[in-house]
Design a protein around this ligand. Structure first.
Ligand code: CTP
Length: 413
């Protein structure tokens, strides 16, 4: 099971001289909280905006700024730091520092480390809009991206001058997520194309109403997040409106039919499909064009004719069979379902595992208040196609996601 990808990673946080340097303190704190070892390297200009003491207090480590400051018994910092680093983040990155990087200049400790390190580099530019839009900056950025440097931002918003425009450093949370995305490229699911569905489908009755269920999408989003952090290329097909992790491709859908069409579209290139969505089994036979009005006589009730929706996993199974019969490469290689049950959990889940031709099903007792819909924890039993069974204790949905992905790894190899 994997923890936060930032845990136990050695991050060099380079800070250059811009007002956004104050946000680097939050970024530094969040990196430390995530379990990373953070070494801070400040330029002289950065120290005009924020003191090294702030970062020393946050990291409990010495702060580097002078290339010639080598305490007795220590190695030359630009060599030792550069070698140890898993990632170099420069936030904020001024236009001056970006220009130096793009031209291979090494006139301070930070730019020297940037040249010396084999680690990936992530920059979060911060400057006035005119400086960002200047052809010199744009061509420097293009060059850096071509060399593999990852760019976070800049965002639009209020700038130091008081003007509003592009040039604002992106928020520390976004930089943190970009750092995870960059580090994930070396994860155990790197190169894996994974599709996950999330949320409850909505089946329209009229322009005002729909039929749905209590699913919030949290389990599917936890899987998308965990798979992203392990290097997978993730497509999330979702009815929910939770925040989508950076790097995950979202296909928003509403109904079971829309979800089916989206799944069948992307599954042809997928290695893994995880159907964690709660798909409605029925939809109204007709959708009323205008809002349905109640009768004046309150004793007259109302009924809606329902018809079956497509069974997405059954359609995927049919598609896989066809591929196999034609001698084609079968996609997705691994198919996983969820069984939301309020009784006869394992018997019902086993039936679905076989009927839908799945490699694994996560049986989910939704009658417990700490598992299933809407909460951050879950308690599932994993049933494998080969008859193996694993009952997991109550844990966070993220932890359930990690264990499911461990199983995916096993099934893929
Ligand atoms: N599922 C699907 N298409 C549907 C209904 C469900 O692909 N129309 C998928 C779900 O995403 C889940 C699995 O099938 O991964 C089991 O869903 P569940 O709602 O538990 O079971 P149903 O197939 O709807 O069966 P039942 O109504 O008997 O519980």
């Amino acid at each position: 099971m994997m923890a936060d990808i930032l845990a136990h990673k050695h991050i060099i946080l380079g800070i250059t001289g811009g007002i956004a340097a104050y946000k680097a303190a939050t970024l530094c704190s969040r990196l430390v909280q995530a379990g990373a070892t953070v070494d801070v390297v400040m330029t002289e200009a950065a120290q005009q905006f924020i003191t090294p003491l702030t970062f020393q207090a946050l990291t409990h480590r010495r702060i580097y700024h002078d290339i010639f400051d080598i305490p007795d018994g220590e190695n030359i910092p630009h060599i030792s730091l550069a070698d140890q680093a898993d990632l170099l983040i420069i936030a904020p990155a001024t236009t001056n520092t970006l220009a130096k990087l793009a031209n291979g200049l090494a006139d301070n400790l930070l730019t020297t480390i940037a040249l010396a390190t084999p680690a990936p580099i992530l920059v979060a530019p911060a400057m006035e809009t005119d400086m960002w839009q200047h052809p010199a900056t744009q061509s420097n950025m293009a060059k850096l991206e071509q060399w593999g440097v990852t760019l976070a931002g800049p965002a639009e918003g209020r700038l130091a001058s008081g003007a509003v425009g592009r040039g604002r450093m992106v928020e520390p949370e976004e930089i943190l997520d970009m750092a995870r995305l960059r580090l994930a490229q070396a994860g155990d699911l790197a190169g894996c194309n994974l599709v996950v569905t999330a949320g409850g489908t909505r089946e329209t009755i009229d322009p005002v109403r729909f039929i749905s269920n209590h699913s919030t999408g949290k389990m599917g989003y936890a899987i998308a997040h965990a798979a992203r952090d392990r290097g997978a290329k993730v497509t999330l097909i979702s009815t929910a409106s939770l925040s989508v992790p950076i790097g995950v491709a979202l296909i928003p859908v509403d109904s079971a039919q829309q979800m089916r069409d989206a799944v069948m579209d992307v599954v042809r290139l997928a290695d893994v499909l995880i159907m964690s969505a709660a798909v409605a089994d029925f939809r109204p036979a007709t959708v009323a064009e205008q809002k349905i009005k109640k009768k004046a006589d309150s004793s007259i009730g109302m009924s809606i004719d329902l018809v079956r929706t497509p069974d997405i996993l059954a359609d995927v199974a049919t598609y896989k069979n066809q591929m196999a019969q034609n001698g084609d490469v079968v996609c997705p290689k691994v198919t996983i379902g969820f069984a939301a049950e309020s009784e006869n959990l394992l018997t019902n889940a086993e039936g679905k595992l076989k009927r839908k031709n799945l490699d694994m099903i996560a049986a989910n007792n939704i009658s417990a208040s700490d598992a299933g819909f809407g909460v951050d924890t879950n308690r599932v039993t994993l049933l494998m196609a080969d008859g193996k069974k694993e009952e997991l204790p109550l844990m966070s949905k993220r932890s359930v996601a990690e264990i499911i992905l461990d199983k995916v790894m096993g099934l893929l190899h």
